[in-house]
Design a protein around this ligand. Structure first.
Ligand code: NDP
Length: 328
């Protein structure tokens, strides 16, 4: 089911206080959007610059435990990997029967890392967009598409409340798809673990092949993604379609693209994705990630270091500087 603006109602949130826990990427944008919609929003964050920023933005900001205790609807917007501990310590003990806990990611519920009191609603409102853009789109009068799910309806109002939260953050202006926590988790993790590695591997392979063939590396990198031509093509895919956007390219380019697509054997990619999905579905990835976070020896750091100092990264960083492309 897809919900749109005509299905949006903020009424289920009437007279209710909403706590946004975590004033980060998603937290800040969602809190600002909901306040602009006239909702009663408070912020919960540990005592640091983020809490100060919330106060500067005009919110009443409290420790997370206190914000939870004050609220009826709690948006849990801290990173997935710290949620179980923060939940155990601060959120869980301060939720009351009849409250609604809103996640923006299915991860911890899917893998049973968080068990919520049965008298509390558990719902998902997950924008398919980075936090900063959730705010930018709202300010432009648009909204970020979102996935919505109800894991537990303790109050009989869980779905209506979740839809109202989606309306509050602006997502109904675009479209909200109803799904379940497991589906959100699978597709989100497969983007990260299946799709992104295939893109990155294709870029690395192209760099290797063109280097062997004597193409100057900065030329390859500009052509690949540094010029942003690829980013613009993806923008057009989002509005015209993957094949539809080809009308914007020359006929030589169209012929070459379609010929290449015909020649390409997708089976190895399908096989790679199936394997990744299997590890996601069986919980093997989640277990490994939990072990990794408890380990002294960070594999994440080691994996990142493997690319540091590589010809690819060195050339890429030098090209960013040479063309003044860096934004930070
Ligand atoms: P951030 O990394 O921006 O962190 C959010 C907040 O968490 C910060 O305010 C931070 O506080 C707080 N925090 C971090 N560690 C701790 C801790 N140990 N104890 C207490 N507070 C802590 O998170 P995101 O906004 O990226 O993600 C929030 C949720 O939204 C996640 O469930 C994520 O999966 C989901 N999501 C994220 C998207 C994205 O594009 N980023 C897209 C869709 C969903 P402080 O500033 O004080 O350190």
């Amino acid at each position: 089911t897809v919900y749109h603006e005509s299905d949006a109602s903020l009424d289920p949130l009437d007279g209710r206080t909403i706590a946004v826990l975590g004033y980060g990427n998603q937290g800040r944008s969602q809190a600002l959007n909901m306040r602009d919609e006239g909702l009663d929003v408070v912020v919960g964050n540990r005592a640091d610059d983020s809490r100060e920023r919330a106060r500067e933005d005009g919110f009443d900001a409290y420790p997370m435990a206190e914000a939870t205790a004050r609220a009826d609807i709690v948006l849990f917007l801290v990173p997935d990997e710290v949620q179980p501990e923060v939940y155990e310590r601060t959120v869980g003990p301060n939720l009351d029967a009849g409250d609604t806990l809103v996640f923006a990611s299915g991860y911890n519920v899917t893998y049973d890392y968080i068990e919520v009191d049965p008298a509390v609603d558990v719902v998902l409102v997950a924008p398919r967009m980075i936090g900063a853009v959730v705010r930018e789109l709202y300010e432009e009068g648009r909204g970020a598409p979102a996935l919505l799910a109800v894991h537990r309806d303790a109050t009989g109002e869980a779905k209506a409340r979740a839809l109202a939260i989606a309306a509050g953050i602006g997502s109904m202006r675009s479209g909200v798809v109803e799904t379940d926590f497991e589906t959100e988790t699978r597709t989100d993790l497969l983007s990260e673990q299946g799709l992104f590695p295939v893109f990155a591997a294709a870029l690395l392979a192209r760099f290797e092949v063109e280097s062997e063939a004597g193409v100057p590396p900065e030329v390859t990198l500009l052509e690949s993604y540094l010029s942003r031509e690829m980013a613009h093509i993806f923008e057009k895919c989002a509005t015209e379609g993957l094949i539809g956007q080809m009308d914007l390219h020359s006929r030589t380019s169209q012929y070459g693209q379609l010929l290449g697509l015909e020649a390409f054997d997708r089976e190895p990619i399908r096989e790679f994705m199936r394997e990744r999905l299997e590890a996601i579905d069986s919980g093997a990835f989640a277990e490994e990630w939990t072990r990794e976070q408890e380990s002294e020896d960070s594999r994440l750091e080691r994996l990142r270091r493997r690319y540091e100092g590589s010809e690819f990264v060195e050339t890429e960083q030098a090209t960013l500087d040479a063309f003044g492309l860096r934004e930070t």
